[in-house]
Design a protein around this ligand. Sequence first.
Ligand code: PGA
Length: 236
Amino acid sequence: MKLLVKKLLVANWKMQLSHDQACSWIETELPSVQEVCATTPHELVICPSFTTLSYGTTLFPDSSWGAQTVGFEKQGAYTGDVSVLSLKELGVQYCLVGHSEQRRYRGVTDEQVAQKVALLRKQGIQPIVCIGETVAQKHETKKILQTQLEQIIGNESLIIAYEPVWSIGTGDVPSPEQLAQSVAIIKNLCGSQTRILYGGSVTDTKVALFGSYVEGFLIGSASLDADRLKKIILSC
Ligand code: PGA
């Protein structure tokens, strides 16, 4: 029998579902997905849009919930941002920080990532810091990861999601050797107790292939399909 080690599985729903669609997924699909998860040692975190978070945390307070981002200041005149205090009040336990889409489309910087990490930790919310090289940076992965991590090194109990940008939504994934190299770079910089998730075109076959290198997965499009998500949970 396979010895199962607890994995953290984070479903990043991005902006794929409307509020009504997300509520309906949570109501109709989440119970059976959680039932499957309960047969394993794994933890599943759902990260819907801000608008749906309170619906989720209210209906299923015992499930784990995550936000997709957070404001870089605690409060103030930051139109459009959502504060760490709001996340805390909603009962959110996790928050993605510095996802490549936030870096690319919202100009989130490494400095802001560090600010967000500090704010979240102060409120007892676990940050999941996303890092990864673009296709043009493939030859300098080590340097890129180093730069993205520099300002958060020294934080205890970090969770880092290694997501090669070229792998997000493309179906391309690193080889197990490439993944092992990146994991070693991150653990060298942040400490061996750092938990590392892999993200980018995650499927059930990929989690079986990568499972021994990482402590969990950040799952985008496959997490929107309850059957695919169950398969992923069972393949970890
Ligand atoms: P993907 O997205 O699984 O659809 O590639 C991953 C992510 O961006 O977190």
